[in-house]
Design a protein around this ligand. Structure first.
Ligand code: ADP
Ligand code: MG
Length: 339
């Protein structure tokens, strides 16, 4: 027998899970993105014990046909990419075909789905990566994914989880990003049976922001928009007086995906320089829309960091757009600290 052996698929999946699935919030992120890719208009998230015991996400999206269910759990199998060239023009949130296989390898997992035209729902289950055959079930159109006992078979990972409250905080943040990027989505989040958010479809972003941050802050938001060869930029910049002690109120989205970007973060701070006190951070909800090939999102498995083709033009666009808006206003409340 050769000394070098290919790894068993369960091991491959667990290694991949190590990269993408760090904590309950990572599971929620992947499942929410799948629901969005399936064009869901309604998503319900149920969580128990910060997501360590249960994460269940039900959507009304297009579903997976019964015969495809085993493929949904197969690593590097996806309905979202076909050719190598597609990789540079992907418009869906997912495309690596890794998330479900990874999650199923480190949890007790159930995936139930019924697409239009299929009489019954069908369910596939897995426990620590070992998959049980597909069985027919009752169920509405759409998909329900249930993830129980995350990392039950990976004690080393489980040990690194924080308190349930902290884990739930991270998970709720993933929910918030999706809810902000998709104001028309009807989205519900429950923790231990209690409703944390029940967000009806909003008419627009400001309406959605009012639900999250209160109408007083929402009313003071400054609309921004500009268009360049590379990007359309739009959204809201916070009133300097509504700044916070952390960067947690900074939201930046690229083509519907939440991202973090040091250069654009710096442009934002520059624009507010002199308007907010040192150590305070403006709130902002900024959306960039570019051609898919203006940015490479395939830098990191979680796709939160991107590589822009022309980062310095975007920097100037963001800084310029914000400055122009701010110059039109006279913020009498400079250096105002919220009482
Ligand atoms: P990716 O999203 O990168 O394709 P995933 O492992 O997350 O990989 O999902 C694998 C496949 O399962 C998807 O390509 C999609 O076809 C299907 N799928 C997953 N979740 C859903 C869902 N909520 N609704 C419909 N199809 C889904
Ligand atoms: Mg996915």
């Amino acid at each position: 027998m050769p000394r070098i052996q290919p790894l068993a698929p369960e091991v491959v999946n667990q290694i991949a899970a190590g990269e993408v699935i760090e904590r309950p919030a990572s599971v929620a992120k992947e499942l929410l993105e799948n629901s969005l890719d399936a064009l869901a208009t309604r998503i319900e998230v149920d969580v128990a014990a910060g997501g360590t015991e249960l994460i269940r996400i039900a959507d009304d999206g297009e579903g997976v046909p019964e015969e495809d269910l085993p493929l949904a759990l197969t690593q590097h199998a996806t309905s979202k990419l076909r050719t190598p060239a597609d990789l540079f023009t992907v418009a869906t949130m997912g495309f690596r075909g890794e998330a479900l296989a990874s999650i199923a390898s480190v949890s007790r997992f159930k995936f139930r789905s019924r697409p239009e035209g299929q009489e019954l729902a069908a369910e596939i289950a897995a426990e620590g990566g070992s998959i049980t055959p597909v069985t027919p079930r009752g169920g509405p159109l759409g998909t329900t994914v249930e993830v129980r006992d995350l990392f039950f078979n990976v004690p080393a990972r489980r040990k690194f989880l924080k308190t349930n409250a902290t884990e739930f905080g991270h998970l709720a943040e993933q929910f918030t990003r999706v809810a902000l990027a998709n104001p028309r989505l009807h989205a519900t989040l429950r923790h231990n049976g209690k409703v944390v958010y029940d967000l009806p479809p909003a008419v627009d972003l400001r309406d959605r922001l009012a639900t999250f941050f209160g109408s007083k802050i929402a009313e003071r938001l400054i609309p921004v928009s500009s268009e360049s060869d590379i990007a359309r930029l739009w959204g809201f910049a916070g009133h300097p007086g509504d700044s916070k002690g952390s960067r947690k109120g900074n939201y930046l989205f690229l083509n519907g995906r939440w991202i973090t970007d040091r250069s654009l973060q710096h442009a934002l701070s520059e624009a507010y320089r002199g308007l907010v006190m040192i150590g305070r951070h403006p709130i902002s909800f900024l959306f960039l829309e570019t051609a898919p090939d203006a940015a490479d999102v395939n830098v990191h498995p979680t796709k939160c960091e991107v590589r822009f083709r022309d980062s310095s033009s975007l920097y100037r666009q963001l800084l310029g757009t914000l400055r122009t808006e701010f110059l039109k206003r006279d913020f009498e409340q400079r250096f105002h600290l919220p009482g």
